[in-house]
Design a protein around this ligand. Structure first.
Ligand code: AR6
Length: 178
């Protein structure tokens, strides 16, 4: 499902964040050390190969809400934007830190003049952020950033399961009813 808002396509698709051919950058739901891990980080590092971690090492550690950009190596993209989400119940305030994640990723993409970016559901796996709460923060943040975007023309949300797809799609319908 996709919709056009302020000349920018917002798209929701079920799939693997490490297999997105139609975006210039994918976002990694990273750990502070920017090391290979489970979930999104595991998928991204294993597809990218060991050179990704070599480039990441000197950029670590990062704090919750921060993001850094690297090459994408074996991934079908030009860049990976690594972002550390808040651990729910520990890193507070969670909503502000999660909003910073999305804002900082968009900022890095704009600085590189990228036209497209793909996001996973940062913090909603191992870090335990409830998905219904997270999706509100995601769309509130992205919508408030849209007017300032000069290069990005497509923002894609890549979700893993049917439940997440429904959640994102109903949110998208809410903000852009056709
Ligand atoms: N593609 C798209 N979405 C995915 C994929 C994938 N390949 N794999 C998982 N998801 P998580 P976090 C969904 O745990 O909560 C790592 O080990 C998943 O269902 O990857 O930010 C790091 O090293 C969930 O909704 O990220 C960190 O230590 C969402 O993506 C820690 O986990 C995020 O799940 C980061 O935890």
């Amino acid at each position: 499902m996709r919709t056009l808002l302020q000349n920018i396509t917002l798209e929701v698709q079920k799939g693997d964040i490490a297999a997105q051919r139609d975006v210039e950058a994918v976002v990694n739901a990273a750990n502070a050390e920017l090391a290979p891990g489970g979930g999104v980080a595991g998928a991204i590092h294993s597809k990218a190969g060991p050179d990704l971690y070599k480039e990441c090492k000197p950029l670590a550690p990062i704090a919750p809400g921060e993001a850094v950009i690297t090459g994408a190596y074996g991934l079908p993209n030009n860049y990976v934007i690594h972002c550390l989400g808040p651990v729910y119940g520990e890193d507070k305030p969670e909503d502000e830190l999660l909003a910073s994640c999305y804002r900082n990723c968009l900022k890095l993409a704009e600085e590189k003049s990228l036209e497209s970016i793909g996001f996973p559901g940062i913090s909603t796996g191992i870090f335990g952020y409830p998905k219904g709460e997270a999706v509100k923060v995601v769309f509130d943040t992205v919508l408030s950033e849209l007017p300032g975007l000069k290069h990005l023309k497509k923002i894609k949300f890549v979700v893993f399961g049917d439940k997440d797809l429904q959640l994102y799609e109903s949110k998208l319908r809410e903000i852009a009813p056709d």
